[in-house]
Design a protein around this ligand. Sequence first.
Ligand SMILES: *[C@@H]1O[C@H](CO)[C@@H](O)[C@H](O)[C@H]1NC(C)=O
Ligand SMILES: *[C@@H]1O[C@H](CO)[C@@H](O)[C@H](O)[C@H]1NC(C)=O
Ligand SMILES: *[C@@H]1O[C@H](CO)[C@@H](O)[C@H](O)[C@H]1NC(C)=O
Length: 463
Amino acid sequence: MGNRATLLILVLVMCYGLSIAFGFFEDKDWGQEREGREKKSENWFLLRDSKLVVQTDAGDMRVVRSVGGRIVDRPMHIGFITMKPKSLFIPQYLDSSLILFIRRGEAKVGLIYKDSLSEMQLKDGDVYRIPAGSTFYLLNTMEIHRLNVICSIDPSESLGMGVLQSFFVGGGTSPRSILSGFDSELLSSAFNVSTAELKSIMTRQQEGPIVYVSDSQAPSLWTKFLQLKEEDRLHHLKKMVDFQQQPTQEEVEEEQTNWSWRKLLNSAFANDKKPDNKRSKGTHESPDSYNLYNKKPDYRNSYGWSIAVDESDYSPLESSGIGLYLVNLTAGSMMAPHMNPRATEYGIVLRGTGRIQIVLPDGKSAMNAKVKEGDVFFVPKYFPFCQISSGNGPLEFFGFTTSARKNRPQFLAGANSILQTMRGPELAAAFGVSEERIRHLFNAQHEAVILPIHGEATKPPEK
Ligand SMILES: *[C@@H]1O[C@H](CO)[C@@H](O)[C@H](O)[C@H]1NC(C)=O
Ligand SMILES: *[C@@H]1O[C@H](CO)[C@@H](O)[C@H](O)[C@H]1NC(C)=O
Ligand SMILES: *[C@@H]1O[C@H](CO)[C@@H](O)[C@H](O)[C@H]1NC(C)=O
């Protein structure tokens, strides 16, 4: 028994090394890239450090990496997952929490939540949280359509071994299953099957992390896996890491030194350590998804609308400390200049073209950049900024904020601006003009939050 425990610890450590080797990506050129970008400071708030972290015949995943440093209160990476029809992102767990946003298509996500497999059908606009360390899979159920998912990757719980660390529960030669790091004899007894049988299972999959599940293209192990009944699927998934779940006395002692690793393994099956507040209905059902498009806009006028989703709308955001928003500006309008007093904002352009202007504390322009579909930008808290749609079509953008609480943007222009609220002799004195002129200035704009703009402003900035 003692021997076996030692062996287990040993293979755990080996497995740890293995997972480093298969890390999503290395840190090496990041510093240089950032320096380069700082020099041409103009587009410093556009996130352009994009890397393909998974690419297979059946799909890919690209990650746009956040900048580091103190300017962002919490770095967040943005992931773009594209999956072809009838494909599967094989079961894995990550060292970061994800918030999935289904951009286009339909997906089935399977998540191990409190020891049961919860499967959820997601469609356009749905938002769903995957906690760090919870095993999940993602399946594109559509026969002919691609699945596009945008996700936030919150590295605050990460191992710091790169932007995102995947631990594939299933796999073969590519990707390797975390199980393949164990001694075959040990696995054989853990699963109570012959080593030959195990070997035949553990070496089949070679199509990468995203695989086809249609019978014609690749009758893989995963097709069979998905054809199993739900309980059997859970049983199989659980079996794969079960023997890592019951620590022996020796392991408990080891735990003090190897705590982070063990913590990760233990949470692999989503033993969320948080007390069951609110939803203790006796069931262990995972939280539902939330649809962004079904929410009534928080603000709407003739120039566009905006939606913000916080923890009061979707409670899983509370554990992530992340909020979401969606804005649709009609052609030739703008989000009035404003700033976020609480959170850094990450934005992704979903449709259209426009511009993002960000201002430095000293009143100089920090950035005035043209943006198009797929661009990712960020705005640190306190920095004044505005988003502008081009004159030839609407601008739709969506994103994450680093606070799950109500974000109260402070507007610097428009009928609800803080200047409007402060109007009076003090402000007039601050601008060095008469109160009458200040009043005239503030009364001119009748709209708030989303404002129309004049032709001039929609022109692209001169280079
Ligand atoms: C292992 O499998 C055999 C049958 O192949 C069974 O008799 C035995 O009880 C199993 N052992 C365990 C520990 O499950
Ligand atoms: C984890 O445990 C192993 C086996 O006892 C030990 O050799 C190793 O030093 C521990 N790791 C850390 C980080 O302490
Ligand atoms: C955004 O507004 C445009 C019209 O201005 C509309 O065609 C489009 O469907 C809207 N987008 C969403 C997500 O509602």
